[in-house]
Structure formats: structure tokens, C-alpha cells
Design a binder for this molecule. Structure first.
Ligand code: PMP
Length: 417
């Protein structure tokens, strides 16, 4: 008998029969409120009728039109649509399948554009599981251990994690920028540094919004030294944070923007965007891939962007996010085991601590597991695994947020938190 490899770890025992909107229907006959969204992917909810119709229609026309061989209409349409939402000046894009691939492509682009070798990433960042992406990832040793040697030329600088240091945000930002300057003056000189890569909010590293002042500090240094600022919007992009792009809480514009997950509502698709002048620095043919920009995925992405705009989903994420955060804070107020509730839009993290204020991964895991019995699906994250992340689909309703909060409360009570 063939079994699934134990190198995969499954967060719940649920086997899906079908899913619609915010709900998953299991083969066990149960209906689950899905506050995982397939790790932040099903932006328009499960099986949004317009996404399903677009994918069905496209599958009947052409499924695989390899885009470096023959061009296809969904990719051209998607490029036009992305042009409406990309930050000004980011007028050139290309497509791959996954977040990791897009991260790798962005690193290649930054190195070719600058002729420099090094990349600086930040503590707690998650950028993927392929060799280059894993080398930039410090969201937990499980992503790196036993996988060496990983890519060279990577340096990791502190992230302004105010709660963990017990500081206010300003102190944390000042510290992290000083450490970055120290790195640039002692280890990776600007002349050797091709790029900075950062998420607008740490995702797998703990659902921690990146302070605007930190992004602005990075922008200043990148511009001054000719370093490429890469924003990894794989998890935070496409409305999740209550702005279309997570970095739009700050005043900065990145040099390279990476998007994936929510872009095609569940079909595999990633994109990287940059000004044409930067894209031109990589040779024609240096980027690409067999399946990138798949026709059905692109058609689903066009429908996704239409739905996001027409159903006002970015605003819904903002408003429902405020409702969710207020509810979580209310639950935290009487529970010392919850050290922090934070997040942007529908990307909220609940950090569990022990009596000494140290990370408490056992409590986070117990709550996540207890939630399953309440028919609520959640995930954990965080560099120490002590954060429960709450990521409803962007279509989530007022009533579904309240239902989720009640189930969360019951899970907290059942697990003794
Ligand atoms: N970057 C970020 C910010 C992510 O959250 C992820 C996935 N969790 C990745 C990159 C990697 O994406 P993928 O799993 O599609 O390779």
C-alpha cells in the first residue's frame, strides 16, 4: 500500500468533499468554517462562481499555451489588469507558478541588474522552500536544517519585532536599522549588496506587520546605495491586508514586487513586477519556465481581479479585519496566555506566551487543534510556532467573523488557555 510521505505535516485530519465561499464540507459530513484559506490563497472564497466559470471556459479553449512559445489571451488580459493595480512605474511583469519560483526569479533579476552578489533578508522572513528561497528564510529551522549548503551570499539582519524584544515600535525600528547599517559597513558592503528582500507583514514568521518606518528606512538605504528593494507580497498582496498591496500602509515603492497566492484564487500562479528599465538588465531567455503563466491560471486571475474590484473586497478585508482584531483583543483581555494580537486586514496573529512571557507553542497548537472540534479551521505560525494565524477569505461576512470568534472562544476555553 502506498502512503503519503511523513515529511509532510498535516494541520487537520479533514478530507474535503467540496467547498464554497468561507466553508469546507468534509467527507466526514461536517461543515467547517475555513479561516486558513489554503494558507491565504482562496482570496475570493472557495469556488467563486466567476472564477470557476472563467477557468471552465478557458480549459475548453486551451489549457497549456507555453508562453515563451506562443502567447495567449488570458496572459495578455491579466497583464493589462495588473497594470491597473501595480504601483506606478512597475510597468513590466512576468509569470511563474509559485511564490518560491518568483522569489528565485527576483533574486536573479536583482543580481543581474546590479552585478552584485549579496542579498540581505530579515529575521523571521519566509520566502519559500527551494534552495535560494530557503536560504532567505529564517521563519524556523525546519525550513533550513539538514538542507545545507544552501545558497551563499545571503545575510540576515534583525526584524523590528517590538513585542518579542519588549520594546515600543520606534525603539525596535531604530535598533533594526542600526543593525542593518552595521551589516552594510562590516559584512556586506553596499558595493557587494544586490538586494534587500522583505515581506510587508511577516507571514509564516508570525503575522507581524512590518513597521512603515522600517520599510521607509530600507527604501532610503536602497535608493542611496543602488540596492534593489524586493517586496515579497506573496502572502500579504491582493487585498489581504486591507490595502491592495501590504506595503501601501507605508509611503514606499519597491523596485521589484512579487505576488502569488491570492492572485488566482487557488490556481497556481505567481508574478514578478518591476520597472522595464530594471527588467531589461536580465538577458532575454534568462527567465521563464514550462508552466509559468498557465492559461487557465491566468483566466482565473483575471476573474479574481474583477471580483476583488467589483465586490469591493479590499475594503471588505479592511473592515472585517478590524472586526476580527477587535474580537480577538476582547478574548485576549482576560487571558494572560495571549501576549499579543496584531495584524493588518484579514491577516491576524494571536501570539501565545507562558507565565514568564516566553513563547508558548504548546498553547497555540492546543487551540488550533481544539478549534477543529468547533468546526473552525486555523493554522499556527511564528518563528517559535506560538502564533495562531487567522486568515479568512476576503469575501468573509460580518456573521462569519462572529461565528469564527465564538468558535475561537470555545477552543480557548476547551484548551484551558
Ligand atoms: N513568500 C511568502 C511571503 C510566502 O508566504 C510563501 C508561502 N507561504 C512563499 C514566499 C513561498 O510560496 P510557495 O509556497 O508558493 O512557493
Amino acid at each position: 500500500m502506498t502512503t503519503l510521505s511523513p515529511c509532510l505535516k498535516q494541520a487537520t485530519p479533514v478530507v474535503v468533499d467540496h467547498a464554497i465561499g468561507s466553508y469546507i464540507f468534509g467527507t466526514d459530513g461536517e461543515k467547517y468554517l475555513d479561516f486558513t484559506s489554503g494558507i491565504g490563497v482562496t482570496s475570493t472564497g472557495h469556488c467563486h462562481p466567476r472564477v470557476v466559470a472563467a477557468a471552465r471556459e478557458q480549459a475548453g479553449k486551451i489549457i497549456h499555451a507555453q508562453f515563451t512559445t506562443v502567447m495567449h489571451t488570458p496572459l495578455l488580459d491579466l497583464t493589462d489588469k495588473l497594470g491597473e493595480v501595480l504601483p506606478q512605474g512597475m510597468d513590466s511583469v512576468f509569470y511563474l507558478n509559485s511564490g518560491s519560483e518568483a522569489v528565485e526569479a527576483a533574486i536573479r533579476q536583482a543580481r543581474m541588474a546590479t552585478g552584485r552578489p549579496n542579498i540581505i533578508a530579515f529575521h523571521g522572513g519566509f520566502h519559500g522552500r527551494t534552495v535560494a528561497a530557503a536560504s532567505l528564510t529564517t521563519a524556523g529551522t525546519k525550513f533550513r536544517s539538514g538542507f545545507s549548503p544552501i545558497m551563499g551570499g545571503v545575510h540576515i539582519s534583525p526584524f523590528p519585532y517590538a513585542f518579542r524584544y519588549g520594546w515600543d515600535e520606534e525603539t525596535a525600528v531604530t535598533f533594526a536599522l542600526k543593525e542593518l547599517d552595521y551589516l552594510l559597513s562590516t559584512i556586506s558592503s553596499p558595493a557587494d549588496t544586490a538586494g534587500f528582500i522583505i515581506e510587508p507583514a511577516l507571514g509564516d514568521g508570525g503575522y507581524l506587520p512590518t513597521p512603515s518606518a522600517f520599510l521607509e528606512g530600507l527604501r532610503e538605504r536602497a535608493t542611496h546605495h543602488g540596492i534593489i528593494l524586493i517586496l515579497d507580497e506573496v502572502q500579504a498582496g491582493v487585498g489581504r491586508t486591507g490595502k491592495f498591496w501590504g506595503h501601501q500602509y507605508s509611503t514606499i515603492t519597491p523596485d521589484i514586487l512579487i505576488t502569488a497566492k491570492g492572485l488566482a484564487s487557488g490556481f497556481p500562479l505567481s508574478a514578478i513586477a518591476a520597472p522595464l528599465g530594471l527588467m531589461e538588465k536580465a538577458w532575454a531567455g534568462s527567465q521563464g519556465g514550462t508552466y509559468g503563466g498557465n492559461a487557465v491560471s491566468c483566466a482565473a486571475a483575471v476573474a479574481t481581479l474583477d471580483v476583488v474590484r467589483e465586490e469591493n473586497l479590499v475594503e471588505n478585508a479592511r473592515v472585517r479585519g478590524l472586526q476580527l482584531q477587535a474580537g480577538l483583543k476582547r478574548l485576549a483581555a482576560t487571558r494572560p496566555m495571549i501576549g499579543d494580537v496584531r495584524g493588518l486586514g484579514l491577516m491576524q496573529g494571536v501570539e501565545f506566551v507562558d507565565a514568564d512571557g516566553d513563547p508558548n507553542p504548546e498553547a497555540a497548537a492546543a487551540v488550533q487543534q481544539a478549534a477543529i472540534a468547533q468546526n473552525l479551521l486555523l493554522l499556527t505560525c511564528g518563528t517559535r510556532g506560538n502564533v495562531v494565524r487567522v486568515i479568512p477569505a476576503l469575501i468573509v461576512s460580518d456573521q462569519e467573523i462572529e461565528q469564527g470568534l465564538s468558535a475561537f472562544e470555545a477552543a480557548l476555553n476547551a484548551s484551558g488557555a
